[in-house]
Design a protein around this ligand. Structure first.
Ligand code: FEO
Length: 403
C-alpha cells in the first residue's frame, strides 16, 4: 500500500480519507473543468466507521489514506450515504479487503446496492431518524430521498457537529486543499452554482424542504462534510443562503439568448434581440452554442428571468446543438421564465415552431411574436427582433438585478 497518501484531520475523531480525481472533465453530460474529489471519511470511534467509499479506480488511494491512521481491517462499520458508483464503486472490493461487521444504507440504498453489485452479504437498512451507536459516539440518519437519488441520506455525528451530506452542498473541484476557507470564494461560488444547476435544479422543491430540516440541526457552527469538493468548515452559512436562493429560482432581470447559426443570419437576429432587451431595461446574456456548453447555459438559468432561443431550420428540424441544449434544459426544469423563439430558414422553416413547442412544454410563458427570417434577415425582420427584445426587457426591468 502506498505510503504517500495521508488522511486529513477534520475534527478530533473524523478524518478525510477520499481520493482526488484531477483528470475528470465530464460528469453525466456536464463539464467538470476543475476535476473532482470523491470524499470518504473515517470516524475513529470505538467502532471505527467508514462513511462512503470512492469511485472504483481510486480504491487503493482511499485504503492507503485509511492505512496512514489505522489498519483498514479495524474498520467495524461502513455507512453508504449514496449508492451512485462514484461513491460505491469500490464498495465490494473494500468490503472484501476490510471485512466489516456491518454495512449500512437507507432502505432504498440497500436495494440499490444489491441491484448494482449482487453482494453476497446483507446491507442493513436504516430509517430516517434512526440512531446507531458507535460505542463512545452515536450517528443518526436523515433520509434525503431524491436528493439526488432515491437512496440518498445524510449521516450526522452530533458529538462533533459533523454532517456527512453526500452530494448535497458538493462541487466538482480537485484541490490539495480540503476546506472551504482555504479556497477562493469566487471559485467556491462558481463551482457550487454549476453543481447545483446541473444536478440539483430539477429538485429545487425537495431542496427547499431539506434546508428547513438542516436548519433544525443547528449546524451552522459545525462541519458539513460533502462527497465532492471542499469540506465546509467556515462558510456553511454562505452555501446555505446560496442554496436557498437557487432553489427558489427567483428570476432576475437577466434574459438568456441562446442560439446557433449556419451563415450568421440567426446570430444577427440574436444580436438585435440583445440590443432590444437592453433598451427595454434588462440585461441580455447572449450564448452562441458554438462557444457555450450546455453546462454554462444551465448555470445561467439559475437566476434568469427569460429564455429566448434561436435556431436555423436544418433538414426540416431545429439545429442539432439547439435540440441538445433544450433537451438538457427541459430535464433540469428551470422555472419562472418568459421566452420566445426566433430563427432563419431557407424554404420550410419548421425550427421556430419546434422550439416554441419545447418552450411551452417547459412551462415558459411565450411573449410577443416569434420572429422568422427567410435566408438573411432584412431591416424589417431585424426591427421585429429588436422589438421582441424590447418587450422582454420591459417585462423584466422591474425585477432585481443579478446578485
Ligand atoms: Fe456524487 Fe450522485 O454521485
Amino acid at each position: 500500500m502506498s505510503e504517500h497518501f495521508k488522511a486529513a484531520k477534520v475534527t478530533d475523531h473524523v478524518y478525510w480519507v477520499g481520493a482526488i480525481d484531477w483528470s475528470l472533465r465530464e460528469f453525466h453530460g456536464h463539464l467538470t473543468n476543475r476535476g473532482t474529489t470523491y470524499n470518504a471519511y473515517l470516524i475513529l470511534a470505538d467502532k471505527i466507521t467508514l462513511i462512503d467509499t470512492v469511485k472504483s479506480p481510486f480504491k487503493e488511494e482511499m485504503l492507503s489514506r485509511v492505512a496512514s491512521l489505522i489498519d483498514p481491517g479495524d474498520i467495524t462499520y461502513i455507512i453508504s450515504n449514496h449508492s451512485e458508483m462514484d461513491h460505491s464503486g469500490s464498495l465490494p472490493e473494500v468490503i472484501q479487503a476490510v471485512k466489516p461487521e456491518k454495512v449500512f444504507a437507507s432502505v432504498m440504498g440497500a436495494d440499490a446496492l444489491a441491484a448494482h453489485f449482487r453482494l453476497d452479504r446483507e446491507i442493513v437498512a436504516v430509517k430516517d431518524g434512526e440512531t446507531l451507536s458507535l460505542g463512545n459516539m452515536n450517528v443518526s440518519f436523515l433520509e434525503t430521498r431524491m436528493l439526488h437519488w432515491p437512496d440518498s441520506m445524510f449521516t450526522y455525528l452530533a458529538e462533533e457537529s459533523v454532517l456527512f451530506s453526500q452530494d448535497v452542498f458538493s462541487m466538482h473541484l480537485a484541490s490539495t486543499e480540503r476546506f472551504d476557507d482555504e479556497i477562493d470564494d469566487a471559485i467556491l461560488e462558481d463551482e457550487a452554482a454549476k453543481y447545483f444547476a446541473n444536478i440539483l435544479m430539477p429538485l429545487s422543491t425537495p431542496v427547499t424542504r431539506l434546508l428547513e430540516k438542516v436548519g433544525n440541526l443547528d449546524i451552522t457552527g459545525g462541519i458539513v462534510a460533502t462527497d465532492h469538493g471542499p469540506i465546509w468548515r467556515k462558510g456553511f452559512s454562505k452555501i446555505l443562503a446560496l442554496y436557498s436562493r437557487w432553489a427558489a429560482q427567483k428570476p432576475t432581470k437577466k434574459a438568456v439568448v441562446l442560439y446557433d447559426t449556419m451563415y450568421e443570419s440567426t446570430a444577427s437576429m440574436a444580436r438585435a434581440i440583445g440590443e432590444g432587451i437592453r433598451a427595454g431595461g434588462a440585461d441580455a446574456k447572449l450564448m452562441p452554442l458554438r462557444a457555450c456548453h450546455r453546462t454554462d447555459v444551465a448555470t445561467e438559468m439559475l437566476d434568469a428571468g427569460a429564455l429566448l432561443v434561436g435556431s436555423p431550420t436544418f433538414n426540416n428540424s431545429m439545429f442539432p446543438t439547439v435540440a441538445d441544449v433544450l433537451t438538457y434544459l427541459k430535464g433540469l426544469k428551470p422555472r419562472n421564465l418568459i421566452g420566445a423563439a426566433f430563427g432563419s430558414y431557407g424554404w420550410s422553416g419548421e425550427a421556430v415552431g419546434q422550439v416554441e413547442e419545447i418552450l411551452r412544454g417547459m412551462k415558459v410563458e411565450l411573449v410577443g411574436e416569434s420572429v422568422k427570417a427567410r435566408y438573411v434577415p432584412n431591416d424589417e425582420e431585424l426591427a421585429q427582433c429588436y422589438s421582441l427584445g424590447m418587450l422582454v426587457g420591459e417585462k423584466l426591468k422591474g425585477l432585481q438585478g443579478q446578485p
